[in-house]
Write a protein of this length. Structure first.
Lengths: 198, 198
């Protein structure tokens, strides 16, 4: 028995084309690129309206990128953030992106992590989390039920018990552009893959 | 790019041997079997001290089973509960275990879900969650940092917003036996794979 989760062909091709040399210098550049992935995932009908990527925070090099694949991969874990983190970990051959010897890494996500991706962020070892749309946008515009994040979740990531490294949280980066992606999904009639057969 | 997560060979062999006919009638039978998986995962040194399985709640038939694979699979998502849910979903070819036409399914876990597996339970479509050890046991005995579950998390699973189906939570089933598995891991010197290079 094994679990296998793939990215869409268009994203694999795009990642090959970008190559290893490109650098995404600013937070806005990183977010705009991630939003473009989410947007293309809608247009290609290859998953839900979300994109995410792991970057080396200081150098701006890309470690891994993903889009939502819940329906095509037949697994509810296949949120963009979770896949980007897992791809980064398998690429670097570690379950812990904050293991000694690695540069500081950050997760850039088109929308606020749901309860599952919040938990995955907790365990992953990323030390930055940069978010476009808020959960309230995801729920109000696209209809997903994001789950009950603990109150003060950004503070809980920033002030973690030893030995866990702090995760710096940046919210509302290009929020209006991020909301526009969710609006496009709604207008496209995209599937809302909550549990409960909806 | 793809993510691939496998089970240990001993578990694949065991699942083949059990066959499709076996029925686990009582909650205790299901939990004892899951605890044995967690225990064997320690003895074989194939992952962390956790096991989980998805059962058809009424018939007692097994849908999927897993053990923790964080370190061997080099992914922090590879908790036993998450893998059991994903294996069940891919086997049944659906991201939603509560989709119309499926029997009621429950997740039986050797220990209380961490923040990540709580979130995964939220999205998965299981309608029952049966737990052995508590988070306080996992943290105190084995040293994992399970993350900040929201207050009243069992009530939040049981009373979810429409259209999400209720998840019935049963706690402390064979809790002492479940704690003994965690104690065995600690005694074995098993790795505590929190983020932060620990």
């Amino acid at each position: 028995m094994k679990i296998e989760i793939t990215l869409p062909n268009w994203l694999n091709e795009q990642l090959l084309k970008e190559g290893e040399e490109r650098v995404w210098s600013t937070p806005e550049e990183r977010m705009r690129w991630v939003l473009a992935l989410a947007h293309r995932n809608i247009e290609e009908a290859t998953g839900g309206p979300f994109g995410a990527a792991v970057f080396e925070k200081d150098s701006g090099r890309l470690v891994a990128a993903a889009v939502n694949r819940v329906v095509p991969s037949q697994t509810s874990i296949s949120h963009a953030e979770t896949l980007a983190l897992a791809l980064a970990q398998q690429k670097l051959a570690t379950h812990d992106l904050s293991a000694p010897g690695f540069p500081v890494m950050e997760l850039v996500a088109s929308a606020q992590p749901c309860i599952q991706c919040f938990g995955n962020t907790w365990w992953s070892g990323v030390r930055g989390l940069v978010i476009g749309a808020r959960a309230v946008d995801v729920e109000a515009i696209a209809g997903f039920r994001e789950g009950p994040l603990p109150d003060q979740w950004p503070e809980l990531l920033e002030n973690r018990p030893e030995p866990l490294p702090a995760v710096t949280v940046t919210r509302d980066l290009l929020r209006e552009e991020a909301k526009a992606v969710l609006q496009r999904y709604r207008a496209s009639g995209g599937l809302v893959y909550n549990a409960g057969g909806s």
